[in-house]
Design a protein around this ligand. Structure first.
Ligand code: UDP
Length: 581
C-alpha cells in the first residue's frame, strides 16, 4: 500500500521504517487494512498520553501538551517503547515494555505467574523472572520425597506458555531468567541452554554476589543454600563454577551474569525489598510485580552545525528531556496494566526509563571512532547531562504532582529531594524503535556499513548506513560494486578504495574489541539509574579466557550485568552478514 505521509515526516522516515510501521504498528480494520498514517499514529499516541494532564492541571490545554509530544515523536527525536506506539488509545492499552513477575515456591502462585506471563506477552511486554526461590530438583513435596521438578523444569513451563502466545501477533516476549549462584541446581541452570533450539527468547543469567566474585579470584569454595530451608547443603569451588559459566557463554552466548550487589547499591527503595532480577533484555532491575515504561532520545538528531562544524546541541537536549520525562510519567497514569497488582506496585514507585539510541550514528557524524577515548568522554558527558536534566524534570513534576507514593523510606527521602519517579534513566536495546528512527540501536556500534537486516518473520531488508552513503558519494568512492561486495562481506576495514579515516569512523561491532564494548557500557552505566542493555561482541576465534577476562572486567568496572555474543555461536542472528573479519 502507498502511505500518505505528511511532508513533516515524509523525508525523515526511511523505507525500512515505513515497512516496519506498516507491518506492525499502524492500526488496521477488521479486514486487516491499514487505517492510519504514521502521522496519525504519532497523533493517536500523543493525544492519549497527554490526557493524563487533566488529572493534575485541569486548566491546562491538553492539546498543547499533545502537540509537544507529537513534535517530539514525529521529528524522530524521541520515541517511546513499542507497546506505547502500538497500544496507546486502543482497546489493549498496555504501554510498558518491562515487567518482573515473582516466582515463589508455591504451585498456585507459580501458575498465577504463568497466567500473567501470557497476559503480558500478549500486550507486547518482556518479563524478568527469578527462579532462585524454587526448591531444588528432587526435594520433597508434601509427603512425597524426591518429587520436586526444580527450577529448570519450571522455566520450560513458562517457555511453553510464552511460545503459545505471540505478542498481539507482532512479536515474541523476551524473557530474562535469573538464578542465584548459590542455588543447589546452579550447574543444571548454567547448562539449561546448551541445546540452543531450546528456550529461545529466554535469556538466562547467573546472579553473582561480590563475595562470589572475590572467591573466583582467590579460588575458594562457596556454599550452596537450599532456598526452602535457608541451610547450606553443599559447596562448590567458585572458580570452577565461573569456568562452567564461561564455557557455556563461549559456546552459546548464554548465560550472562547479573551483579546483584551492584544492582542493590542503586536500589532507590530498599525499604520495599531487594532487587533480585532484571527484565527482558537486561536493562531494568525491578521489584516483583513492578513494570517500567521506556523511551529513548535519538542522539543522531541532537547535533548542531556552526561554521561547518558539528557539535552536540545541549540546548536542544535540554528542551527535549523534560518533555520526554513528562511523557513517560503520564504513561503510568493512562496505562492499562495487565493485572491490578502490577498497577498498584508500578504506581508506588513510578519508575521510568529514559535512554538514548543512535549513539554510534552521532559519533560517526562527529567523526569520532566508537573505540576511542573521545567516545568514552562523549558518552559520559551526554549521559550525565541527560541524567541530571531528567532528575530535575522529575523533581519539577514532584512539585506539580506530588512525590512517588513510596518516597518515604526511599534514598530520595534521605537526601530531602522530592522526586516523582524512583528511577529515571535506562538504556534500552531499542531493537525496533531505532529502525523507526532510522538510526543505530541503543549505544551499540554499527553492525556494518551495509548489511541485510533479517526482521519481521524472515523478511530481509537492505540497509546502507546513510552517513556512509553520503560520505562515499561526497568523496567519490561510492560504487554499486562496493555496496554489493560489502553486503556479501563485511570487510570495509580492508577496502583500499575507502580512505583510512572513513574506515576508522565506520568501525563495526565485530571490529570493536570486547574491552572497548565494556568501556562504553561502563561509561553509560555511571550515569544511569537502572541498567544498560548491551551485547559485548566477540569474534568467532575468541577464546574462553577472553570471555572470562571480560566477565571479570565487567564486574570490576561496575556494570550491573553482562551478556556476551561470540559470532555465529547461535543458529539465528538478528543481523546477518556473510563473513566477519
Ligand atoms: N521486548 C520483547 N519482545 C521483543 C522485543 C522487546 O518482549 O521482541 C521487550 C523486552 O522486555 C525488552 C524491551 O521490550 O527488554 C525493550 O526492547 P527494545 O528496546 O528492543 O524494544 P522496542 O521499543 O525498540 O520495540
Amino acid at each position: 500500500m502507498v502511505l500518505e505521509i505528511t511532508r513533516e515526516i515524509e523525508s525523515a522516515l526511511t523505507p525500512n521504517a515505513l515497512r516496519v510501521l506498516e507491518k506492525r504498528y499502524l492500526r488496521r480494520d477488521r479486514n486487516g487494512r491499514i487505517t492510519e498514517t504514521p502521522e496519525q499514529m504519532f497523533r493517536r499516541v500523543a493525544r492519549f498520553v497527554a490526557q493524563a494532564e487533566k488529572q493534575y492541571r485541569p486548566e491546562v490545554e491538553v492539546d498543547t501538551i499533545a502537540d509537544e509530544f507529537y513534535r517530539a515523536m514525529a521529528s524522530l527525536e524521541f520515541l517511546p517503547n513499542s507497546p506505547t506506539l502500538l497500544n496507546a488509545g486502543t482497546e489493549t492499552g498496555q504501554l510498558s515494555s518491562c515487567f518482573v513477575l515473582p516466582v515463589p515456591d508455591s504451585l498456585e502462585e507459580t501458575f498465577d505467574a504463568v497466567k500473567y506471563t501470557a497476559m503480558i506477552h500478549k500486550s507486547g511486554g518482556g518479563i524478568g523472572f527469578n527462579v532462585s526461590h524454587i526448591r531444588p530438583t528432587g526435594s520433597a513435596v508434601g509427603e512425597h520425597f524426591d518429587a520436586a521438578g526444580g527450577p529448570v523444569a519450571l522455566i520450560h513451563v513458562f517457555a511453553g506458555a510464552a511460545d503459545y502466545i505471540r505478542q498481539g501477533g507482532v512479536r515474541r516476549g523476551c524473557n530474562s531468567v535469573v538464578m542465584s549462584v548459590s542455588h543447589p541446581d546452579i550447574l543444571h541452570f548454567i547448562n539449561a541452554k546448551s541445546n540452543p533450539s531450546l528456550l529461545t527468547n529466554f535469556y538466562n543469567s547467573v546472579s553473582v554476589t561480590d563475595d562470589f566474585m572475590d572467591k573466583v579470584r582467590s579460588g575458594d569454595d562457596y556454599c550452596l543454600i537450599d532456598p526452602n530451608t535457608g541451610r547450606a547443603v553443599g559447596s562448590l569451588n567458585a572458580s570452577a563454577v565461573f569456568k562452567r559459566i564461561v564455557d557455556q557463554a563461549w559456546s552459546t552466548g548464554d548465560p550472562g551474569l547479573v551483579f546483584i550487589d551492584r544492582i542493590n547499591r542503586d536500589n532507590p527503595t530498599p525499604s520495599l525489598g531487594r532487587l533480585e532480577t532484571i527484565t527482558g533484555c537486561g536493562e531494568q532491575a525491578l521489584l516483583p510485580y513492578e513494570s517500567c515504561n521506556l523511551g529513548s532520545i535519538n542522539l543522531a538528531a541532537m547535533l548542531k552545525e556552526k561554521g561547518g562544524t558539528l557539535s552536540i546541541d545541549f540546548n536542544k537536549l535540554a528542551r527535549l528531556i523534560p518533555i520526554a520525562v513528562r511523557f513517560l510519567d503520564n504513561v503510568i497514569d493512562v496505562n492499562k496494566f495487565p493485572v491490578p497488582v502490577i498497577e498498584r506496585t508500578t504506581r508506588l514507585t513510578r519508575k521510568i526509563g529514559l535512554g538514548v539510541m543512535g549513539f554510534a550514528d552521532m559519533l560517526i557524524q562527529l567523526g569520532v571512532s566508537y573505540n576511542s577515548t573521545k567516545a568514552i568522554t562523549m558518552a559520559e558527558e551526554i549521559m550525565e547531562f541527560i541524567s541530571e536534566r531528567a532528575k530535575e524534570a522529575s523533581y519539577n513534576l514532584a512539585l506539580e504532582r506530588g512525590v512517588f507514593p513510596a518516597w518515604s523510606g526511599s534514598i530520595y527521602e534521605k537526601r530531602g529531594l522530592p522526586m516523582r519517579n524512583a528511577s529515571c534513566t535506562t538504556i534500552a536495546p531499542t531493537g525496533t524503535i531505532s529502525i523507526i528512527a532510522g538510526v543505530s540501536s541503543g549505544i551499540e556500534p554499527i553492525f556494518a556499513a551495509v548489511f541485510v537486516r533479517n526482521i519481521l518473520d524472515g523478511e530481509n531488508l537492505l540497509e546502507i548506513n546513510p552517513y556512509f552513503e553520503r560520505i562515499a558519494r561526497e568523496r567519490g568512492f561510492y560504487s554499486r560494486e562496493l555496496i554489493e561486495q560489502l553486503v556479501t562481506s563485511n570487510h570495509l576495514h580492508s577496502r583500499k578504495e575507502v580512505p583510512e579515516d572513513v574506515r576508522k569512523i565506520f568501525v563495526t561491532a565485530h571490529r570493536v574489541s570486547p574491552e572497548w564494548h565494556v568501556r562504553i557500557q561502563a561509561a553509560f552505566q555511571r550515569h544511569i539509574d537502572n541498567a544498560v542493555s548491551k551485547t559485548v561482541n566477540f569474534p568467532k576465534s575468541a577464546s574462553r579466557e577472553d570471555i572470562a577476562r571480560v566477565f571479570m572486567m565487567a564486574w570490576e568496572w561496575g556494570l550491573k550485568g553482562i551478556t556476551v555474543y561470540r559470532d555465529r555461536s547461535r543458529q539465528s542472528q538478528p543481523l546477518c552478514i556473510n563473513e566477519i573479519g
